[in-house]
Design a protein around this ligand. Structure first.
Ligand code: SF4
Length: 346
């Protein structure tokens, strides 16, 4: 599987720094502190592409998902820009910081869906927990999860985790930051770079912003549908708390935004149309890889050709992440565009 090294972000042309040398190199070059690189190296060493059959609600929004990037991630070696690796890590560190403080008994925190809503009953059958304020006593079971298990819509997957099938062959599981104890409200925390593009005199009209973001709407709606499918409790409100990392203007650092509920049919249908072709592409590349390895030959050229011939450049065609160009965020940019021109070698 792909082994990642780092690139030197200060070099004019591509310069690869081996993982073992990166901490001292970036310290000496004044790029990142030794401790930070050591942490990033540890994570880069353990990064493996996830099983494409298993989806997370945070990665199902088509305009933010380049399918070619996923295939490249799975089959080709690539190197990380340490600044971008740190940016991602910074987001997840803030996220963990939020998770350590609890918001009181009305909220459940870091809820794994659907796992945390499901327990085995005395007969060993898996059933969904009814919300604590249901008309029965606490921790009563509903029959819905039973039915979903019987229909094969819920199942315990190969890795031992429970997932919900969203279209044939694709299974979803996710973490929601806050779920109200009655299962009716959802709050998620999001971090982002500060709004540098806003004019210096910009002042938010109020702290409660009803602006809707589709990416968050997709993710939170998927959580809401998973909760309803397992427990029967319909969602009554969803919000994100957005924190702008490093924002120098206190009045702009935190924003609460209401998120609209997108219908289950629409999200599940989008997953089917947009994400399910990935399974075919990944398995075709896997077959190419295995048949070459069985003959002791290098599969890279054949995989390159398959990718160039079959897999669209979604990131380029769709102008992902609110119109950002691929160069701004994709570690595979040179390889991906090299496939189109044939100039870049692996
Ligand atoms: S460079 Fe753009 S099109 Fe190519 S893999 Fe990356 S995001 Fe996708």
């Amino acid at each position: 599987m792909p082994q990642r090294d780092f690139t030197d972000p200060s070099a004019d042309s591509l310069k690869v720094i081996k993982l073992d040398d990166a901490a001292q190199y970036f310290e000496d070059a004044g790029i990142l502190p030794l401790e930070v690189t050591t942490m990033l190296v540890k994570e880069a060493s353990y990064t493996r592409p996830s099983d494409p059959r298993y989806l997370s609600p945070s990665k199902i929004y088509p305009p933010n998902l380049c399918r070619r990037q996923i295939v490249l991630d799975s089959f080709l070696t690539y190197d990380l820009n340490p600044y971008k690796a740190w940016q991602r890590k910074e987001g997840s560190l803030w996220h963990s910081a939020f998770a350590t403080a609890k918001a009181g008994p009305d909220w459940l925190h870091e809820v794994r869906l659907p796992d945390d809503l499901i327990l085995a009953d005395d007969d060993g059958r898996l059933k969904a927990l009814a919300p604590p304020d249901c008309e029965f006593e606490d921790w009563m079971f509903t029959d819905r999860a039973d039915e979903l298990f019987d229909q094969g819509v819920l199942k315990t997957c190969d890795d031992g985790r429970i997932r919900l099938e969203v279209c044939p062959g694709l299974w979803m599981r996710g973490f929601v930051d806050r779920l109200s104890a009655d299962y009716k409200k959802i709050v998620d925390h999001k971090t982002k770079a500060p709004p540098f593009s806003r004019p210096p005199d910009y002042i938010p009209k109020n702290t409660y912003d009803t602006e809707t973001r589709d990416e968050a709407a997709y993710q939170l709606s998927a959580y809401a549908h998973m909760v309803e499918m397992c427990t029967g409790v319909a969602n009554e409100g969803m919000w994100i708390w957005r924190f702008f990392r490093g924002c120098k203007r206190p009045e702009q650092a935190w924003r609460k935004m209401q998120v609209r509920l997108i219908s289950r049919d629409r999200i599940w249908e989008d997953i089917k149309d947009y994400i399910s072709p990935l399974l075919g592409w990944l398995s075709a590349c896997y077959d190419i890889q295995q048949s070459h390895l069985a003959n002791d030959s290098d599969p890279i050229e054949a995989i390159k050709k398959y990718i160039a011939d079959n897999i669209p450049q979604d990131g380029h065609l769709q102008q992902m992440f609110n119109g950002q160009k691929c160069t701004k965020f994709c570690e595979h940019y040179e390889v991906c565009f090299g496939l189109e021109t044939g100039f870049i070698d692996f």
